[in-house]
Design a protein around this ligand. Structure first.
Ligand code: CMC
Length: 429
């Protein structure tokens, strides 16, 4: 009997099967041979929310949730956050290797060249209501980009995929900044090619009357946050990009699906939800009462806590807490920080949270930082999207080039009505 295998006995038939085990995994399709009769479909696995199913093999990001480890292409997140620029990390995610100096300069130049958007896209953005949520604006506008670049449909062409990758990385900050200005009723500020990626984005959001005094500490803090968000293997939004992209649709449509998934409060929308929760709590003295409400199990969650994969700590949260203090040194302390620290202190000592391995995640402190930088609460998830974009695009391309991948199409267990005859409207009572 092969050592790297799993022996399974089907007690319904008494038959035994030997299933190969590779990379700690059995192939779900190997279960199909397990049948009770020739016309039986074969055994399936049932895994709502993909709790224990690998949907792909990936060489991009490694996470060890029990040890709190996160690496992009083998490099620890701590080192990348300390030493890299965001575009350098994006290059690493796409190409698998860190760029040389000339490669980085060429990549930066390419991105700078494509930062403008077609002026019709501006009309499109202007059509949104003044109070439109910026994530709704972003996902609509990115989907609309597919109509501006119909050539993006040629996903089998390597050079074409590269061009769309550059367009996405270049134009998303411009669209995001325009969404910001629209909701404030401010005129759009166009990209400036003499500024770096982060500097240009900050300028497009905050410049007034042709002037903005750049704050290097705040810009670096934003860059670190983008790096920490750049990829996170098969999370909800990345899975959405892969699943939608598996239909061979263009990358703008696939990425807009990722933005839609990120929007939700259980995913990227948690950073916005954390700030709303801190507002709702009110003062430090109200924290124990709020924790009791969460523990009572009536639907209230401690937003910014818990993670499907991290069960000891989220390494990004650790780094973000340090960034928060760098930022507050510049901007002054946010009074909400006191509430957040008290929530963290109580939760980390409380049996409810300890038993369930609930620790602060990436979103717990990021909202406070964005707020201190001057971004409104409903804009936080847009900033997450800007950071996550390289991961989405890298995962989309990896999926396309993976010979084992096909259109994503899960199975179901049908639990509905048996066949029955149609009843005409008049006879339905
Ligand atoms: N507050 C209170 N209880 C919680 C929380 C929380 N934030 N998260 C999980 N639990 C409880 C949950 O009620 C359940 O308890 P029980 O076993 O008694 O039913 C247990 O912990 C396991 O929870 P789960 O919902 O089965 O865990 P999951 O892996 O499906 O959910 C999660 C992961 C992130 C959606 C969840 O922890 C959550 O809702 N957190 C708050 C939202 C949040 O901060 N999301 C950002 C995630 S990190 C950034 C990103 O990648 O988007």
């Amino acid at each position: 009997m092969a050592k790297d295998s799993l022996s399974v006995t089907d007690n319904r038939t008494g038959k035994s099967y030997e299933l190969p085990v590779s990379e700690g995994t059995i192939r779900a399709m190997d279960l199909r041979q397990i049948k009770v009769a020739d016309d039986d479909f074969g055994l399936m696995t049932y895994d709502p929310a993909f709790m224990n199913t690998a949907s792909c093999r990936s060489a991009i990001t490694f996470i060890d949730g029990d040890k709190g480890i996160l690496r992009y292409r083998g490099y620890p997140i701590e080192q990348l956050a300390e030493k890299c620029s965001f575009l350098e990390v994006a290059y690493l995610l796409f190409e698998g290797e860190l760029p040389t100096k000339p490669q980085l300069e060429a990549w930066e130049e390419k991105v700078r060249y494509h930062t403008y958007v077609h002026t019709n896209l501006i009309k499109f953005l202007e059509g949104y209501r003044y109070d439109a949520h910026p994530m709704g604006m972003l996902l609509g506008a990115v989907g609309a980009l597919s109509t501006f670049y119909p050539d993006a449909k040629h996903i089998g062409d390597k050079a074409n995929r590269y061009l769309q990758r550059v367009r996405l990385i270049s134009k998303l900050p411009t669209i995001a900044a325009f969404a910001f200005r629209h909701s404030r009723g401010l005129p759009f500020v166009f990209p400036r090619n003499d500024l770096g990626y982060i500097g240009n984005f900050v300028n497009m959001t905050f410049e007034i009357g042709g002037k903005l005094e750049p704050n290097a500490v705040l810009q670096r803090a934003l860059e670190i946050l983008f790096i920490l968000h750049a990829d996170h293997e098969q999370n909800c939004s990345t899975s959405a990009v892969r699943a939608v992209g598996s239909s061979d649709v263009d990358p703008f449509s696939a990425v807009s699906a990722g933005i839609a998934a990120l929007y939700g409060p259980l995913h990227g929308g948690a950073n916005e939800a954390v700030l709303r929760m801190l507002d709702e709590i009110g003062t430090k003295a109200d924290v124990p009462g709020f924790i009791d409400k969460v523990k009572s199990g009536h639907g209230e969650r401690l937003m910014g806590f818990g993670h499907r994969v991290y069960k000891s700590y989220d390494p990004r949260a650790k780094l973000i807490k340090k960034v928060a203090y760098d930022v507050f040194e510049q901007t002054g302390l946010n009074p909400k920080l006191e509430i957040a620290l008290e929530l963290e202190r109580i939760a980390l000592e409380d049996d409810y949270f300890i038993k369930r391995k609930l620790y602060p995640n990436v979103d717990f402190y990021s909202g406070l930082i964005y707020k201190a930088m001057g971004y409104p609460t409903d804009y936080f998830t847009v900033l997450f999207a800007l950071g996550r974009l390289p991961g989405w695009v890298a995962q989309w391309e990896e999926m396309l080039l993976d010979k084992e991948q096909k259109i994503a199409r899960p199975r179901q267990i049908y639990v509905g009505a048996e066949e029955r005859n149609f009843v005409p409207l008049v006879a339905r009572g």
